[in-house]
Design a protein around this ligand. Structure first.
Ligand code: ADP
Ligand code: MG
Length: 395
């Protein structure tokens, strides 16, 4: 499987996997970008490992097809797919040295001893373990064992690399280094790579694309920034976090919420055609349209915590908090009181109570140092902080 004309595309079409009553994967359509890193994120039990197993050929799907490099590989045995899977726990052979372990797959393929030892040694060198080829797993640290596992996978020159929570078992201070190594190795080979994680922060920084799997269903697949800033569903917004999600009703050029009227997102036109609709805006607004005739559409209003602004209450004099003018000028001011302030180091999180509802602002600590519990404040909701998704469970 070493002859190829560039990175392999990997497509899943309607992949479903049932274990008795449990639906681990529910009609997943996913086009994994060739030559890039796609991160698959979701909470524990959402079907991530099952999806990797289906791609690797270790798990037969109940329905659906897997296409790899333009071929339907659904019925192809694992060893003939050109796919390697690196597990969270390294699964090294306890009795083999690092060099023997990395060379093992080549041995299975009938590569002569000298050749496989040369290739294994080069690969070990590349993952930063040049001097440790004679060590057994018990003599290696967790991070080193994970590097051996990576070398063992890459020495086979796969078309697709699958990594199941590769950093999860490592100490936090080792994670950055290993993640950078994975990215370097992937870039050198332009290898189609699918990385699974349950860590939302890691998911956003790891890959070129981010796929969000919740309860066996793919909710969104886009560039990480789009997933964070324009979540496709309320569930995605809640899972990725750093947001508030409120029920809302879209009426005219605003959206009504329990904390008051808020501006529409940037790029979403009101009935007066306030702003030109961006492509995403139009797409986002679409599903809610049907309900609009009956006095507004039901939506979920996603507020980005890092785009909300706080100021001391005295400063909000001009037209008064929450006045319609503020909504029209695309900045909504809400009067509230600080319920709690939490210092997180470089950032601080301040929770504000507004009419019995809590909203949280997160910003650099220097900006929020002045806001202690009990302080009367004005919360500013600029249009840039607002995103709308159709209400209710998706699909
Ligand atoms: P994740 O990797 O996202 O934590 P999994 O893919 O391991 O999730 O599991 C998805 C769901 O399928 C879970 O409910 C899990 O209990 C179930 N499951 C996974 N493997 C099996 C199996 N071999 N037999 C029965 N149920 C399974
Ligand atoms: Mg798993």
């Amino acid at each position: 499987m070493t002859d190829r004309d560039g990175p392999a595309p990997l497509h899943l079409r309607g992949v479903t996997k049932r274990y008795g009553e449990v639906v681990a994967l529910d009609g997943v359509d996913l086009e994994v970008a060739p030559g890039l890193i796609t991160t698959l994120v979701g909470p524990s039990g959402c079907g991530k490992s099952t999806l990797l197993g289906v791609v690797a050929g270790l798990t037969a799907p109940t329905a659906g097809r897997v296409h790899l490099g333009g071929r339907d590989v659904t019925e192809l045995p694992a060893e003939r797919r050109g796919v390697v899977l690196v597990f969270q726990e390294h699964r090294l052979f306890p009795f083999l040295t690092a060099l023997e372990d990395v060379a093992f797959g080549l041995r299975m393929r009938g590569v002569p001893r000298r050749e496989r030892e040369r290739r294994a040694a080069t690969m070990l060198e590349r993952v930063g373990l040049g001097g440790l080829g004679s060590r057994r797993p018990a003599e290696l640290s967790g991070g080193q064992r994970q590097r051996v596992a990576l070398a063992r996978a890459l020495v086979l020159d796969p078309q697709v690399l699958l990594l199941d929570e590769p950093l999860a078992s490592l100490d936090p201070h080792l994670r950055d280094g290993l993640r950078e190594l994975v990215v370097e190795l992937q870039r050198e080979r332009a290898l189609t790579t699918l990385v699974v994680t349950h860590d939302r922060e890691e998911a956003v920084v790891f890959g070129d694309r981010l796929a969000v799997l919740l309860d066996g269903r793919l909710h969104q697949h886009a560039e990480p920034r789009d997933v964070v800033e324009r979540p496709a569903t309320g569930e995605v917004a809640r899972f990725i976090g750093a947001t508030e999600v409120l029920p809302g009703r879209r009426t005219g050029d605003r959206v009504t919420t329990p904390v008051g009227p808020l501006p529409l997102p940037v790029g979403v036109p009101g009935p007066g055609g306030r702003a030109a609709a961006g492509a995403e805006g139009a797409e986002m607004a679409e599903p809610a349209k049907g309900a609009e005739g009956a006095g507004g559409a039901d939506v979920e209003v996603v507020l980005r915590r890092d785009r909300l602004r706080l100021r001391a209450a005295e400063a909000a004099t001009d037209s008064g908090p929450g006045a319609p003018d503020d909504v029209r000028s695309e900045r909504c001011l809400l009067a509230g009181r600080v319920a709690a302030a939490r210092y997180l180091g470089t950032r601080t999180r301040v929770t504000v109570t507004i009419d019995g509802h809590e909203l949280t602002v997160e910003a650099p600590s220097a900006e929020l140092a002045a806001f202690g519990a009990g302080a009367a404040v004005t919360l500013k909701v600029p249009a840039e902080a607002v995103w709308l998704v159709p209400a209710g469970p998706s699909r």
